[in-house]
Ligand binder design. Structure first.
Ligand SMILES: Cc1cc2nc3c(=O)[nH]c(=O)nc-3n(C[C@H](O)[C@H](O)[C@H](O)COP(=O)(O)OP(=O)(O)OC[C@H]3O[C@@H](n4cnc5c(N)ncnc54)[C@H](O)[C@@H]3O)c2cc1C
Length: 391
C-alpha cells in the first residue's frame, strides 16, 4: 500500500493530523494497532490550562496559549463535520491555595502570587481572589486562603474529542489500517538517510513522509532514531464520581496533605478527579495507593464528595519526555517526522501540533494560523536525554 503520508498511531495526534492533511488533499494512511483514541487520548481529563501548566514564560507556554486559542474554531468545525459535541466548557479554572488544614498554607499562597506576578507581567488574563471570594464562587469547596482564577482556561471531554477526530478523519477519506508497526524502513546511510515506509506486521506501507504519533510507545518503534526511553510512559490514575446536582462549576486545582491534583466537573454532574504521576513502565493498574490518594484529594477539596457515587476508575500513559516538551517536526532522517511526547498536555496541544506538522509536510499554514518555531521541540533540543534522567 502507498500514500503520501503514513502516520503511526491514531490517538488525538494521529487523527487530528490525518484530518488536517486530508483537507489539503494529501493521501493518508493511519496505522493503529488497537482502537483509535483508546489510549492516553481517552484517559485524559481534558483540561486546557496553559496558564496553570506552565512554570514560567517559554516555548511550552507559547505553544499552549496558541493551541488554546485555536480550540473554539476546532470544536465548532468538528461539531459541524461529525455532529459530536466534545463538551467544551468556558467557565475557566480556579487554583486554590491554603485549603483548611494545609501543611504549609503560606508557602502555597506565596507560590500562587508568584505565578500571578509573572503572568501579570506578560499581560495574561487572571484574577486574584481572597478566601471569601472563592467561597462565593464555589460554596462547596473547603475554605481556602486564596485562589487564582484563569478565565480563559477551558476543558472538554477527551474521549469525545478522540472519537470526533477519528470520525472526521475517516469521513475525509483517511485510510485506517489495523496493525502493529514495528519498524520505520530507512534507505541510505549517514546524512542521506531517508524514511520510505513502515513495516506493519506482514505489510509494508510506503510513503514520502512518515509521522510517528505513537504516544508513550513512540521510542519502541525501531528505526526512528529516537534514543531508547526518549519518550517514556508516565502512568496517571483517574477517578470519576457522580454528583447530582453538580457540586462545582469551575475546574479546580488544589493540594491536600501536600498532594496536588484537580477536580473537573462535567455539565451533567459527573466529576473527574486526577491524577497520579508514576514511572512504573507500561503497568496500567489502578492501585489501592493511587485510588486512596484521589479519594482523599476529592474529599479534602470538597467535603460533600464523601457521599458521591464512584462511577469509574482507570489509568493511562502520558508520553513523557525529559524536558517535558513535545517532539514536533522533522528529524535528521529525511521524510521522518515526530508528533509525540506531549506528556500531560496533549489534549491542550493537539490543534497547534496538528497545524504545525501539517504545515511541515505541505509547506502551507492554515488560514489564520501563524507559523510556529519548532526548534525548541526538535529531537536535538528535547529528545537527547532518556526521559528517566529528567525532571
Ligand atoms: C491520566 C491522564 C490524564 C491526562 N489529562 C490531560 C489533560 O487534562 N489535558 C491534556 O491536555 N492532556 C492530558 N493528558 C495527556 C494526553 O492524554 C496525552 O498527551 C495525549 O492524549 C497524547 O496523545 P497521542 O495521540 O500522542 O497518544 P495516545 O492517545 O496514547 O495515542 C497513541 C496511539 O498510538 C498507538 N500505537 C502505539 N504504538 C504503535 C505501533 N507500534 N503501531 C501502531 N499503533 C501504535 C497506540 O495504540 C495509541 O492508540 C492526560 C493523560 C493521562 C494519561
Amino acid at each position: 500500500m502507498h500514500a503520501d503520508v503514513v502516520i503511526v498511531g491514531a490517538g488525538v495526534m494521529g487523527c487530528a493530523l490525518a484530518w488536517r492533511l486530508r483537507q489539503r488533499g494529501v493521501e493518508v494512511i493511519l496505522v493503529e494497532r488497537g482502537r483509535p483514541g483508546a489510549e492516553a487520548s481517552s484517559a485524559a481529563a481534558g483540561i486546557l490550562a496553559p496558564q496553570v501548566e506552565a512554570d514560567g514564560p517559554g516555548p511550552f507556554l507559547e505553544l499552549g496559549l496558541r493551541s488554546r486559542a485555536l480550540y473554539p474554531a476546532w470544536v465548532e468545525e468538528l461539531r459541524e463535520a461529525t455532529g459530536i459535541d466534545v463538551g467544551y466548557r468556558r467557565e475557566g479554572t480556579l487554583v486554590v491555595a491554603g485549603v483548611d488544614g494545609a501543611r504549609d498554607p503560606d508557602a502555597e499562597v506565596a507560590a500562587l502570587w508568584a505565578r500571578a506576578a509573572w503572568q501579570h507581567r506578560l499581560g495574561l488574563p487572571l484574577v486574584r481572589l481572597e478566601g471569601a471570594e472563592v467561597r462565593g464562587l464555589e460554596p462547596q469547596l473547603r475554605p481556602c486562603a486564596a485562589a487564582l482564577y484563569f478565565p480563559e482556561d477551558r476543558q472538554l471531554e477527551a474521549p469525545l474529542l478522540a472519537r470526533a477526530l477519528a470520525q472526521a478523519a475517516a469521513q475525509m477519506g483517511v485510510r485506517f489500517v489495523t496493525a502493529h508497526v514495528h519498524q520505520v524502513i530507512v534507505e541510505g546511510t549517514g546524512e542521506r538517510r531517508r524514511a520510505v515506509g513502515v513495516a506493519a506486521q506482514e505489510q509494508r506501507l510506503s510513503a514520502g513522509h512518515i509521522v510517528i504519533a505513537a504516544g508513550a510507545w513512540s521510542s519502541l518503534v525501531e528505526g526512528t532514531g529516537l534514543p531508547g526511553g526518549a519518550v517514556a510512559p508516565m502512568r496517571g490514575q483517574m477517578l470519576e464520581l457522580d454528583t447530582c446536582p453538580p457540586l462545582l462549576r469551575h475546574l479546580v486545582f488544589g493540594q491536600v496533605d501536600g498532594v496536588a491534583g484537580y477536580l473537573v466537573p462535567r455539565r451533567d454532574g459527573r466529576l473527574v478527579c486526577g491524577s497520579t504521576m508514576e514511572r512504573v513502565g507500561f503497568r496500567k493498574e489502578v492501585t489501592v495507593a493511587g485510588l486512596r490518594r484521589l479519594l482523599e484529594l476529592a474529599e479534602g477539596l470538597v467535603p460533600a464528595l464523601a457521599q458521591a457515587e464512584v462511577r469509574r476508575i482507570w489509568a493511562g500513559f502520558r508520553p513523557y519526555t525529559s524536558g517535558g516538551l513535545p517532539l514536533l517536526g522533522p528529524t535528521p532522517i529525511a521524510g521522518l517526522l515526530l508528533c509525540t511526547g506531549h506528556f500531560r498536555n496533549g489534549i491542550l496541544l493537539c490543534p497547534i501540533s496538528a497545524e504545525a506538522l501539517c504545515a511541515c509536510i505541505t509547506g502551507q499554514w492554515a488560514a489564520g494560523v501563524a507559523p510556529v518555531d519548532l526548534a525548541p521541540f526538535s529531537l536535538a533540543a528535547v529528545g537527547a536525554n532518556p526521559a528517566g534522567h529528567g525532571t
